[in-house]
Design a protein around this ligand. Structure first.
Ligand SMILES: [Cu+2]
Length: 283
């Protein structure tokens, strides 16, 4: 009876696993999470592609190391248990093995360090930018300034009854940050109040928004689309309701959007209050 029950549970567990694998192999949707997703969102920037590659490299390395250590453990447990090996060896040193278990990990770390530092450099150092957008965290929404164009606007999360078909819940916003495809966009990130973080997974971008300080990041998206992110620093009660929507559009569409945006949105107000407060604090 117990065996049948166990078998039934085993089959159920295996079915679930196979289900997971089937879903995991499905093509990821760019720009937003999907149900039962196992990996990252699809990479749409060079930096995120590099992050994916790096992640895959590390995944291979840790899998090999884990399997190797597991193999050693099983070998030792079988070969050297009290029954199989009643008189243990009195070995305390083995120079060759000691050199190996020092040198091999060093080599592995160097192999990891090279692509790691390269990736860090590519993510942190902003290449010459075609345009700049400033994202300002506010409790609880994001404000966007286009300093070259002179306008600013606020992007609020859409409530459930405001969603159009296809717009994801808790991610879509009323106004979106709009940028042209294939252009290097510098993003200046700051905050009006507490620490927020501007993050878009498919861009490989996540950077803190600090009051009184400006952080800098960048992205370049080569395929048009709508990409979503969320505030990624616990900032308060409505932390989960200040999503980020970035629309990447062809150049002509971007120019058309600029025309309406200049009319529709407010002029940039100037120096931010928090900056003044921060300056005053320092005096
Ligand atoms: Cu926040």
């Amino acid at each position: 009876m117990a065996v049948t029950k166990f078998f039934a549970r085993f089959v159920a567990a295996m079915t679930t696993l196979v289900g997971f694998a089937a879903v995991a192999s499905a093509e990821p949707v760019a720009g937003q999470p999907v149900d039962w997703q196992m990996g990252f969102q699809k990479a749409v920037t060079p930096v995120m592609e590099e992050m994916n590659d790096f992640h895959n490299l590390i995944l291979i390395i840790i899998t090999i190391i884990s399997a190797f250590v597991l193999g050693l453990l099983i070998y030792v447990m079988i070969k050297f248990n009290a029954k199989a090996n009643p008189t243990p060896s009195r070995t305390t040193h083995n120079t060759l093995i000691e050199v190996l278990w020092t040198v091999v990990p060093v080599i592995i770390l160097v192999v990891i360090a090279v692509p790691s530092f390269r990736l860090l450099y590519h993510a942190v150092v902003v290449p010459e930018a075609d345009m700049t957008v400033k994202a300002i965290g506010q409790s609880w929404q994001w404000e966007y300034e286009y300093p070259d164009e002179g306008f600013e606007f606020v992007a609020y999360m859409l409530q459930e009854d405001e969603l159009e078909p296809g717009q994801p819940r808790l991610l879509a916003t009323d106004n979106a940050m709009v940028v042209p495809v294939g252009k290097t966009v510098r993003v200046l990130v700051t905050s009006d109040d507490v620490i927020h973080a501007w993050a878009v997974p498919s861009f490989g971008v996540k950077i803190d928004a600090m009051p009184g300080r400006t952080n800098e990041t960048w992205f370049r998206v080569d395929e048009p689309g709508t990409y979503y992110g969320q505030c990624s620093e616990l900032c308060g009660a409505n932390h989960s309701f200040m999503p980020i929507e970035v629309r990447v559009v062809p150049e002509a569409e971007y120019q058309a959007w600029l025309v309406t945006a200049r009319e529709e949105y407010d002029e940039i107000a100037g120096v931010r209050d928090t900056m003044e407060v921060a300056d005053a604090d320092q005096r």
